[in-house]
Design a protein around this ligand. Structure first.
Ligand code: GDP
Ligand code: MG
Length: 697
């Protein structure tokens, strides 16, 4: 039996960081990524729920401060609200920042769609010692607000009930109006009357919205009326009205209107928001006085990153050891059970050697994501963006670029690239897209962990990782600066960043984030990495080199097989190009295979070393094999890591880059060219320089 639900379409609108995505997740049961810095939600996301015979479709929109949009993500939100006309808007308001958040409400309420306020962050409001009088809001202003604490899933049922109540008109939201005063109201009315002459136009868009925005010369609205037969009359009236208003108030219309709206908001807040206790917020401000201090900010940020790596490496070391032991056990026993031959080689050298090598680092990934989630949820990562914005502006760079870079470090370059959409300026956005892939994303992490583990003492692990992190940020900033000075010249744009107050993160929240990101890693291991491993194994195993030579040892036979295989031939072919930077064909192959996904660098090396092994029963962790291979050295390892920092991002990131940079082959070619050349040159300098300085060959 098919049940036909009546559908209610609602959307969540609100300023960035007010908790829209959290509420969306509560409503729909989906897991939209939540984070307290701008750029986390850059596309609209859809979900639904079923209640009381209704199917409620929910759309989560990117954060906006007003309906006069300028950046791509804002345009997405604005166009949805105005053009797709949901049945109902839920305006998510950060109640602890009532006045600032309320500006959007004044605009949303003009559109002519019922608006329910989800008065979110009421926990923070309470900590600030304040309370909101909901009855008064409804009685005096016709504002319907429902308190929520979205990150604790509080108030969700009440919101759902409110949606149905309003939809069924059990609760009527009377069209609330801003008190503009006589002059402005009269002028607005004159314009509205003309709008009503065009029935189609006035049916499609609310007259109040069009009238107010004509006064503001909003391009979007000018465009909407451009096809109307009253266009001329409208613009003429708007011009007259603007003149009357600006003469009366001796100021330009924009500021007169803004002034009216803000003083109105202020008067609403004054009666509806009550102070009932002492604020706990002074603590957050006190912390910020130190954390954001001009001199201390950068060192503290460095310290936090160092702490993350120290935590990750120190705690994961034994656990990674157990995992490696487990995989070794598996490998040895599989070799015992499965008879010698291709199948044994496929399972032991291919799958276990390759995918197993990547899975060995799973605990490290979890520890790292745990530490990052902790700082993210306290509110520190938002400060990091703020601090770097201040720093980067000195070089003419955009602070939002760093938000992209942090998102990439916190997991994957793809969401980092997407976050660049919040940057309005085209050139700044391109620069950000070009440099974000330099960051050490979760996929590159195992490569770093592998080589650091193989060539450095355990106690130095965090230090080396930290140096690599600083290097990656330094490289990205330098590259951005060069681009800004050369092909992508332009003025930096300003951006105002809302800093969330510090919060005590919940263990559950951190574990959830850790798992969400960790699971991606596992999923990749079971898909892309597995597939690549099979291909690499096959490429190294075929064609079979039957020419058994009794004179050479088994070990040499294995080496000859690799040498003569399809992939081995490719390796030999590219070797001359990478010889000057210290790599042999094997590492070259690993790097190329890594374009599918960066973890594949590790799995490929794993398969290669497993195949080169004579007796599968004395399997050792990959790090140990690398360490014992005389063709590797500390200097080569460091050069290899630096190359990995810079060279072409993985295929998924490249595809996203292509889309986000406007699908222009020009930029794609530029990215490919620039990262490859830069990787080679920097590696050359490091390797040859290192040799000259006597760090070995
Ligand atoms: P969006 O940018 O509007 O989508 O906001 P998010 O849903 O990503 O939330 C931003 C941050 O605020 C996250 O760290 C959430 O955990 C947190 N958050 C969301 N709702 C609340 C709330 O009611 N109280 C508190 N204290 N934090 C919240
Ligand atoms: Mg969001």
């Amino acid at each position: 039996m098919k049940i036909n639900f009546k559908e209610i379409n609602i959307c969540l609108a609100g300023n960035p960081n007010c908790g829209k995505s959290s509420l969306f997740n509560n409503l729909t049961g989906l897991k939209q990524h939540v984070g307290n810095y701008p750029g986390v939600t850059v596309e609209k996301k859809e979900g639904s729920l079923v209640r009381d015979g209704y199917k409620i479709n929910v759309v989560d929109l990117p954060g906006i401060y007003s309906l006069s949009a300028s950046s791509q993500d804002e345009i997405v939100a604005r166009n949805f609200i105005i053009d797709e006309k949901p049945d109902l808007i839920i305006d998510v308001v950060d109640s602890s920042n009532f006045e600032r958040n309320f500006y959007l409400y004044t605009q949303l309420s003009e559109i002519g769609i019922p608006v329910i306020i989800a008065m979110n962050m009421t926990d923070v409001l309470k900590d600030k010692g304040r309370e909101i009088d909901y009855n008064l809001l409804m009685k005096n202003y016709g504002i319907y607000a429902v308190p929520t604490v979205a990150n604790k899933n509080k108030g969700t049922e009440e919101i759902i009930k409110a949606v149905i109540d309003v939809y069924e008109r059990r609760i009527k939201i009377k069209g609330f109006k801003i008190e503009y005063g006589d002059t402005i109201s009269e002028e607005l009315k004159k314009i509205e009357e003309i709008i009503y002459e065009d029935i189609l136009l006035s049916r499609k868009y609310s007259a109040g919205y069009i009238a107010a925005n004509l006064l503001k010369e909003d391009k979007f609205v000018l465009d909407k009326i451009s096809k109307s037969h009253v266009e001329h009359k409208l613009t003429k009236q708007a011009d007259e009205s603007k003149k009357i208003i600006s003469e009366k108030f001796s100021d330009n219309v924009d500021s007169v209107l803004a002034d009216k709206i803000y003083s109105w908001i202020h008067s609403v807040a004054a009666v509806a928001v009550k102070t009932v206790a002492k604020s706990k917020y002074d603590v957050s401000d006190a912390i910020d006085r130190i954390v954001l201090n001009k001199l201390l900010a950068l060192p503290i940020f460095a310290l936090v990153m160092y702490a993350i790596f120290k935590f990750t490496f120190t705690l994961s070391e034994p656990v990674v050891g157990w995992f490696e032991k487990g995989i070794e056990f598996l490998s040895v026993n599989a070799a015992k059970v499965i008879p010698n031959g291709l199948i044994q080689s496929f399972i032991v050298d291919g799958i276990i050697g390759g995918v197993g090598g990547v899975l060995g680092f799973f605990p490290l990934i979890l520890f790292m994501f745990f530490a990052i989630a902790f700082f993210e949820d306290t509110g520190y990562m938002a400060r990091a963006v703020f601090i770097m914005d201040r720093f980067m502006r000195k070089f003419g760079l955009h602070g939002k670029s760093f938000a992209s870079m942090i998102i990439a470090t916190n997991g994957c370059a793809v969401p980092g690239l997407m976050a660049a959409r919040t940057i309005e300026n085209e050139k700044d956005r391109l620069i950000t897209l070009m440099v974000t892939p330099f960051m050490i994303c979760g996929a590159k992490l195992p490569i770093f962990a592998l080589f650091i583990g193989a060539f450095f003492a355990a106690k130095d692990g965090a230090n080396i990782m930290f140096i690599m992190y600083v290097l990656s940020v330094g490289l990205a900033l330098t590259a951005a600066w060069i681009l800004k000075k050369t092909i992508l010249k332009g003025e930096p744009a300003y951006f105002i960043m809302e800093l969330p107050p510090y919060r005590m993160p919940s263990l559950k929240g951190i574990l959830l984030k850790m798992w969400e990101r960790g699971f991606m890693y596992l999923k990749k291991a079971g898909t892309v990495i597995l597939l690549m491993t099979v291909l690499i194994w096959a490429g190294l195993t075929f064609p079979q080199n039957d020419n058994q030579n009794a004179d050479i040892s088994e070990e040499e036979t294995a080496a000859v097989q690799i040498e003569k295989s399809y992939i081995g031939r490719v390796g030999n072919f590219i070797e001359p190009v990478i010889k000057p930077i210290g790599f042999d064909g094997k590492s070259g192959i690993a790097l190329i295979a890594g374009l599918a996904a960066k973890e594949v660098v590790v799995s490929t090396l794993g398969t290669m070393y497993a195949l080169g092994e004579v007796d599968p029963e004395d399997a050792a962790p990959l790090a140990e094999k690398l360490h014992n291979d005389p063709s590797w050295s500390k200097l080569k390892a460091v050069t290899f890591l630096i190359f990995c920092l810079i060279y072409l991002p993985c295929i998924v990131a490249v595809a996203v880059f292509f889309r986000e940079s406007g699908s222009k082959i020009k930029w794609l070619a530029f990215l490919a060219f620039w990262t490859t050349i830069a990787a080679w040159i920097v590696s050359f300098i490091v390797y040859q320089g290192g040799k000259i300085l006597g760090f070995g060959g």
